[in-house]
Design a protein around this ligand. Structure first.
Ligand SMILES: Cc1cc2nc3c(=O)[nH]c(=O)nc-3n(C[C@H](O)[C@H](O)[C@H](O)COP(=O)(O)OP(=O)(O)OC[C@H]3O[C@@H](n4cnc5c(N)ncnc54)[C@H](O)[C@@H]3O)c2cc1C
Length: 430
């Protein structure tokens, strides 16, 4: 969704641009972030009397087939609990971090932080389902099977073309929230002036006439292979992050009989991912066993195999369009899943936005406050995830030794470990 500027007297929308608004706040995207925002806003906005629209091209039930399992942090659980909580959440009590073929490991245990769990593993489909149930009972005007197109910004609001059952119409809204999510896509070369910074990330400065918001991108040259595996000697409620020369392998506990089911996220080169996608289940599990090691015995079964491209795509600014368009969730940033932060950061953004809108109404002031509040946490979370994704995937001897030292040092420097763990579990909220 790319904003285009129009004049306040623009008649191309067919709407009365001055007086009439269909909604105060229109949210495009009913993924977990858009749904959570709609739910929180509906609960908070009674005082402002805000009218809220939620638009999605799909039904929430379509998410049931999404193969992703997501680690939701303790901080996110605290935010979500008042709204909805999925019935199948598996607590993570301990996280084991190590690197394959080199020394160094660290353990993060819930007891060290006096928490019921470090986080919870939930299926994408069940978190969407739980949040959808919470939104259904509210005054949110929910448009299913409706595709939103590029908005036109005017001085006092935004006009959004939407298509439903082949019919196009234009919605007028005071504030538009882009929660249309998405996965990493490499930017088209012809749009970008290459402007790599010292870390190699590219600032994509689009041609002025496209009206797109500048963003920072990095292609990690990795693909995530996901699936649900069953292990012979499971350690229930323990999550594993194992760094290999190809990329990290994460195993997240999902319960099942004897706690033996784990969600797999195996990051490797696109070429290896393509080759492995062609392997039989037995061939795939044999390679996975070699890459991960035998810490939980043999990999016995796998299902729900899928692949996701990985990269960083982060908007420079959360607010655009004369201060009337905000971006949240994956629409604002797609991250490498190495630290399990994408949804958690998106939920913190959505919660802060609901708060600002409930306080200041559907105004540019609310969005400006929201952007200010979220700047530090975004910088920290995007920076930490990007650093981890790059540092832990280079197969260079001296660097592997340094990584080993860093992991070992964490064990002997509890304050540093605590600060890192707290950032990952709770982020920064203000
Ligand atoms: C392999 C993998 C593992 C991950 N693991 C973790 C993890 O452990 N922890 C974590 O926090 N995060 C994780 N993530 C990230 C997480 O999945 C995302 O951050 C999260 O799903 C983003 O949610 P969202 O609501 O912003 O977007 P989405 O989930 O993409 O939802 C967007 C919605 O918008 C709708 N939409 C899009 N465009 C339009 C349009 N034009 N009109 C109407 N509707 C539209 C779509 O139909 C969809 O319903 C992982 C990601 C991957 C790929």
């Amino acid at each position: 969704m790319n904003a285009v500027s129009g004049s306040a007297n623009d008649t191309s929308t067919g709407a009365n641009a001055h007086a009439h608004f269909d909604h105060d706040v229109t949210i495009v995207g009913a993924g977990p972030v858009g749904l959570a925002l709609a739910g929180w806003l509906a609960r908070r906005s009674a005082t402002q009397g805000l009218s809220i629209a939620l638009i999605d091209a799909r039904e929430p039930e379509d998410s049931a087939s999404d193969p992703r399992a997501i680690a939701v942090s303790q901080g996110s659980r605290t935010l979500l609990e008042a709204l909805a909580w999925p019935h199948d959440a598996t607590p993570i009590e301990r996280i084991h971090v190590s690197q394959r073929g080199h020394f160094g490991r660290t353990l993060i245990d819930r007891h060290d932080y006096d928490l019921p769990a470090l986080g919870y593993v939930v299926r994408y489909g069940t978190i969407v389902h739980a949040l959808a149930q919470a939104v259904r009972g509210t005054q949110v005007h929910w448009l299913h099977h409706t595709q939103a197109h590029d908005p036109v910004v005017q001085n006092d609001g935004v006009t959004l073309p939407v298509v439903s059952a082949g019919v196009e119409r234009h919605l007028r809204t005071r504030i538009l929230v882009n929660a249309e999510g998405g996965l990493y896509r490499a930017p088209p070369q012809r749009d970008a002036q290459d402007d790599s910074d010292e870390t190699g990330a590219k600032a994509v400065v689009p041609a002025a006439e496209t009206g797109r918001t500048p963003k920072r991108t990095r292609d990690y040259g990795q693909t995530a292979l996901v699936g649900v595996v069953t292990l012979a000697a499971p350690q229930p409620n323990v999550a594993w992050e194992r760094f290999t020369s190809e990329g990290p392998i994460a195993l997240l506990p999902m319960g099942g009989v004897r706690g033996a089911d784990y969600a797999l996220v195996w990051c490797c080169s696109p070429a290896q991912a393509e080759r492995r996608a062609q392997l039989s289940d037995a061939g795939f599990l044999a390679e996975l066993g070699v890459a991960f090691g035998a810490r939980m015995g043999r990999f016995m079964r796998i299902h729900a195999r899928a692949a996701f491209p990985l990269g960083l795509n982060a908007l420079d600014a959360l607010v655009s369009g004369n201060g009337r368009i905000a971006a949240v969730g994956n629409a604002a940033q797609t991250l490498h899943p190495v630290a399990g932060q994408g949804l958690n950061l998106g939920l913190r953004d959505a919660h802060a936005l609901a708060d600002s809108l409930a306080q200041h109404g559907a105004t540019p002031r609310a969005l400006a406050e929201f952007a200010g509040r979220r700047a530090f946490d975004r910088r920290m979370t995007i920076g930490a995830t990007d650093t981890l994704a790059r540092l832990f995937t280079v197969d260079f001897g001296p660097l592997a030794t340094l990584r080993g030292l860093a992991l070992t040092a964490l064990e002997f420097a509890p304050p540093v470990k605590t600060a890192l763990a707290r950032q990952m579990m709770f982020g920064q909220r203000s």
